[in-house]
Design a protein around this ligand. Structure first.
Ligand code: NAD
Length: 286
């Protein structure tokens, strides 16, 4: 079939697993999923305390709604998504407890923000491990169940940095381009095999979570620094609508068109929009 659409993945009644949900947009997506009626929200983070905190907020929400008849379960797992054994063991626990994962959101991410020559080999390795390789590892755990049920959703939180190169992001850019490539291949492969499992590739511009503290934007009206609340809502809306690729703000998609032009032209446009300067005052999370 030429125009093939995957099945929509309603959040209501779903078991939702989010990596890196101890803070930032991961935490807000977890709370949002609970608010939208998820059956269970599984919070994974390297920072166990932060994961517990998010799960506790969801449980409090459930208590606040006592009598509404709605049941939301939340559980927190301390997992380093770069650790194969830890991921496999935690995934088994989740499947034992809930029987399935309907929506998997690969959200955990890190940034160094250093000029290329100051970035160590170990840092490059870690960026790729967290921002790219972990997606392969996570999807391997939960996709077989989704394919068997012919429903579910795999969400890749990539970045506008997965579409265009920026100074001081050699490791981040490379790893996010990798995540974009993985998500595109996965989408094509599922379609090719006739599976109606949904995938969403989400590429946002900078978000004010603290991860990119210090970044600046030249034209805030066209290239605004996004709020985490707006981004979390957008991702959940996109999952529910069955959207497969979303870039925000939409003007960032221009970079894909610019790729077709000679490099000096493309680079001049990127420079004009101030994208090459965005990282000049980057400090990141302290
Ligand atoms: N903040 C931005 O400007 C921005 C822009 C585009 C895309 N993104 C992407 O959005 C996602 C979320 O970013 P955020 O802004 O909410 O950042 P954040 O730092 O608030 O959240 C990232 C979370 O990932 C967790 N994490 C890091 N390494 C991990 C590991 N090895 N195992 C498990 N968890 C780990 C952290 O503990 C943290 O809770 C990331 O993938 C990021 O690359 C962020």
């Amino acid at each position: 079939m030429l125009f093939f659409k995957p099945k929509k993945a309603p959040v209501k009644g779903a078991v939702v697993l989010i990596t890196g949900a101890g803070s930032g947009i991961g935490r807000l997506m977890a709370l949002g999923a609970a608010r939208r009626g998820a059956k269970a929200v599984v919070v994974w983070d390297l920072n166990g305390e932060a994961a517990e905190q998010t799960a506790a907020e969801i449980s409090e929400m459930a208590l606040g709604e006592a009598g509404s008849g709605r049941q939301i379960r939340a559980s927190a797992y301390t997992v380093d998504v770069t650790n194969e054994d830890a991921v496999v063991a935690a995934a088994r626990e989740v499947l034992d407890e809930y029987g399935r994962v309907d929506i998997l959101i690969n959200n955990a991410g890190i940034v160094t923000g250093k000029p290329f020559l100051e970035t160590t080999g170990a840092e490059v390795q870690r960026s790729f491990e967290v921002n790219t390789i972990s997606h392969y590892r996570m999807v391997r755990q939960f996709l077989p169940g989704m394919i068997a049920r012919d429903r579910g959703s795999v969400v890749t939180i990539a970045s506008a940095a997965g579409l265009v190169g920026v100074p001081r992001q050699s490791d981040y850019n490379g790893s996010k381009f990798g995540a974009v490539g993985f998500a595109q291949s996965l989408r094509q492969e599922l379609r090719h095999m006739g599976s109606r499992v949904h995938t969403l590739l989400y590429c946002p511009y900078y978000i004010s979570t603290g991860m990119f503290e210090g970044v600046k934007t030249k034209f805030p009206l066209v290239l605004p620094i996004l709020t985490p609340e707006q981004v979390a809502r957008q991702v959940l809306d996109a999952i529910e609508k069955g959207t497969q690729f979303k870039v925000h703000p939409p003007i960032v998609r221009l970079v894909q068109i610019l790729q077709a032009f000679p490099v000096p032209f493309m680079d001049a446009i990127v420079e004009f929009f101030g994208v090459a300067d965005t990282m000049d005052d980057f400090t990141g999370r302290k």
